[in-house]
Design a protein around this ligand. Structure first.
Ligand code: IPE
Ligand code: IPE
Ligand code: MG
Length: 224
């Protein structure tokens, strides 16, 4: 790995929890549980590698279409996880923030989110951004509504939920689509798809993706 060419902003579409569980004869919820735990393992790896920002897709504005039981599980598990692992979470030495709508998620989850943001807000260096009830359309529409006329690129970017172009976008589990993730920020991201299901994605897989990224020639429409 070339340490002088580490992507600053990496996005991960954490897909495949359900398929990972199915392969093991387990309910989808078990996949979500293991996927959630894996997030902290991969974030640690990303920090050690020298990535500045890792933005992960945890729940999309479209995921409300799923069965109520699955949604309930997805909304309750982070709350239980937080209360069970509070001591360990307090030791987290990086910043964690959340992007996405805050007006539709359950109140107990919102409280946990605000608590985590408050407890980690002064940490410098690496930042983990969790996209929850996030959708690219929703973000851009809300940004336009907050923008002053005449609306231009600077205005829109100023009001985005995260104003940082993405360098590398990874999607696990084989699907090759964006599914409404960071549409604006990913405009010039290098795309990387792996068949590995999210709960099995680890530091080794992350390094492999970065090595692949380092072979790309980023031209931004110009010539290089
Ligand atoms: C990703 O795993 C997690 C969420 C979208 C919440 P999936 O639940 O989409 O798993 P698959 O794609 O059905 O395997
Ligand atoms: C995208 O995965 C959203 C998250 C990983 C949170 P989905 O599983 O919801 O995407 P589609 O439905 O396959 O496009
Ligand atoms: Mg999926």
């Amino acid at each position: 790995m070339d340490l002088t060419n580490i992507p600053k902003h990496v996005g991960i579409i954490m897909d495949g929890n359900g398929r990972w569980a199915k392969k093991r004869g387990q309910p989808r919820s078990f996949g979500h549980y293991m996927g959630g735990r894996n997030l902290f393992t991969v974030a640690r790896e990303a920090k050690n590698i020298g990535i500045e920002t890792l933005t992960v897709y945890a729940f999309s504005t479209e995921n409300w279409k799923r069965p109520k039981e699955e949604i309930d599980y997805l909304m309750q598990t982070p709350v239980d996880f937080y209360h069970k692992n509070k001591d360990k979470l307090y030791q987290i030495d990086y910043k964690i923030s959340f992007i996405g709508r805050k007006d539709r998620i359950p109140k107990n989850l919102l409280e946990v989110i605000l608590e985590i943001e408050k407890n980690t807000k002064d940490h410098l260096g690496f930042e983990l951004v969790i996209a929850l009830d996030y959708g690219g359309y929703d973000e851009i529409i809300s940004s336009v509504n907050q923008s002053k006329l005449p609306i231009d690129q600077i205005q829109i970017e100023k009001h985005l939920m995260i104003n940082k172009p993405m360098d590398l976008l990874i999607r696990t589990s084989g699907e090759m689509r964006l599914s409404n993730f960071l549409l604006w920020q990913a405009s010039y991201a290098e795309l990387y798809f792996t068949k590995i299901h999210w709960p099995s994605f680890n530091g080794k897989a992350l390094k492999k993706a970065i090595k692949n990224y380092q072979k790309r020639n980023r031209r931004y429409g110009g010539l290089k």
